[in-house]
Design a protein around this ligand. Structure first.
Ligand code: UDX
Length: 449
């Protein structure tokens, strides 16, 4: 048991899923709970381990994940997750047992994809809570796959893509959170495991009533355990410590400082998506031809088969010139909060969408896979704070989309809507608002274990 100035601190064990879009919200949750008086231990895989230097108040414990270099290099997320859930189970149980032997452990909070944690917690009589890092609408979309499969609608034909999904407003078939692999059985098994509550006592959700109200209400009707929507976590966490796995290029802020207000399009595809060199060249020419300034994150590994942008076709780097700033990784929240940024061309990962909403930045949606399609549908058709780009990655489409958002009347309307949604979210974050009430209820729940 740890003593904090005479006060007993209760320990919470966090188990993040080792991908950037999952590590970030878990660490943010850790900071929030730490500010409520809990001590935080992060148990993580060796693969994509978080950097402890930025979180000196947390204890970090690594467990072997048994992932070979070959599996990691394959980028096959389904396989990686399945292996982690098998390989980490016994190691986690041992680490948890050691913690219980030395301190009060009030609960384990685990990413929905790290469901091995629940088995160990249950066996050791420790309460567990699930953290869901994607939207509640995504949960409904994923769970619907089982029903659609039984109805013989999966795999769905190209001719169905624009049709509405029965009983699943506002989705068309093309908006469903499709698997990141062709292995439908493995995907369905993962969905089943991720959305089974098992013996867990509650669910924390990185979302907010005003963004996900309808889906949360529907899920609550069927849930036997309390749901705490405590989001957007990055706005509630008082710490701005970096959660990045990659080194952030701070120089881009200086470049932004030289640009006019609302003039820059920020472009990023997050931490997982990849593209071939042809698609990236089309994107580059589309951005250049739009004649708008742009800040573009080309993550090392984004272009399949390339280290970085060495495969850019001849003449492209010169064409980008002063108009564009291309970097490997940025402090994204700072970038979106910079006055020069007026739009975000995004793959629509849930964290990026939340971060954009919180800064009132309208978006161009270019989803790749999974929940990104759901989020894109919400951005363009539910909240109406962005426009959806044509599926084909072609320079003409890109140029048109950029000009619609950054130059034309339509963009002004989307910016206005984004500002209204930002204000709504800010109101919900105030003391006494739904997210802060949810957080207090969660802290009370944890103390009751
Ligand atoms: C993945 C999935 O792809 C996404 O759909 C799911 O919702 C979460 O897991 P990712 O693709 O990385 O995540 O997207 P996103 O959820 O947007 O998370 C990316 C994070 O990286 C964001 O918090 C963003 O701020 C950060 N980021 C991105 C940087 O800090 N710097 C960058 O240059 C780019």
């Amino acid at each position: 048991m740890k003593n904090n100035g005479g006060r007993l601190r209760h320990q919470i064990v966090l188990v993040p899923c080792p991908f950037q879009g999952h590590i970030t919200p878990m660490l943010q949750l850790g900071h929030i709970l730490h500010s409520k008086g809990f001590s935080i231990t992060v148990v993580h895989t060796q693969f994509n381990s978080p950097n402890p230097i930025h979180h000196p108040h947390f204890r970090f414990l690594s467990i072997p994940d048994g992932l070979s270099d070959q599996i990691i290099a394959s980028g096959n997320i389904l396989t990686i997750l399945s292996l982690i859930n098998v390989n980490c189970r016994a190691h986690f149980k041992q680490v948890l047992a050691d913690q219980i032997g030395s301190e009060i452990v009030c609960c384990v909070i685990y990413d929905e994809l790290m469901y091995f944690s629940e088995f160990a917690a249950n066996q050791l009589n420790v309460s567990s809570i699930i953290l869901r890092t994607t939207s509640a609408a995504t949960c409904l979309g994923r769970v619907a796959f089982h029903r659609l499969k039984q109805q013989g609608l999966i795999p769905f034909q190209d001719s169905m893509l624009q049709s509405p999904v029965p009983d699943l407003q506002p989705f068309r078939f093309k908006d469903l959170p499709t698997p990141f692999s062709r292995n439908m059985e493995a995907f369905l098994a993962l969905v089943h495991n991720a959305y089974s509550n098992r013996t867990s006592s509650a669910i924390i959700w990185n979302t907010m009533e005003c963004l996900d109200e309808f889906s949360l209400a529907q899920i609550r009707q069927e849930s036997h355990i309390p749901i705490f929507p405590i989001g957007p976590l990055h706005k509630i966490a008082s710490s701005s410590s970096s959660t990045s796995l990659l080194k952030e290029d701070i120089g881009c802020i200086e470049w932004l400082d030289k640009q006019a207000n609302n003039s820059v399009l920020y472009v990023s595809w997050g931490s997982v998506a990849t593209a071939d060199d042809q698609e990236i060249a089309e994107m580059a020419w589309g951005l250049v031809n739009s004649k708008q300034p742009f800040l573009w994150v080309v993550r090392p590994g984004l272009i399949r088969g390339s280290q970085w942008i060495e495969a850019f076709p001849e003449g492209l780097t010169e064409a980008v010139g002063e108009r564009g700033c291309i970097v490997k990784w940025v402090p994204q929240k700072k970038v979106l909060g910079h006055g020069a940024v007026g739009g975000f061309l995004s793959h629509c990962g849930w964290n990026s969408v939340l971060e954009s909403i919180c800064e009132g930045i309208p978006m161009i949606c270019k989803p790749n896979f999974g929940d990104q399609r759901v989020n894109a549908r919400y951005v363009s058709h539910v909240w109406r704070i962005g426009l959806e780009m044509d599926d084909e990655m072609e320079r003409g489409n890109i140029e048109i989309a950029v000009r619609r958002l950054m130059v034309e009347e339509e963009g002004l309307e989307l910016r206005k809507n984004a500002k209204i949604l930002k204000d709504k979210v800010e109101a919900g974050l105030q003391n006494g608002g739904p997210s802060s009430n949810s957080l207090n209820d969660l802290a009370a729940k944890i103390m009751s274990f």
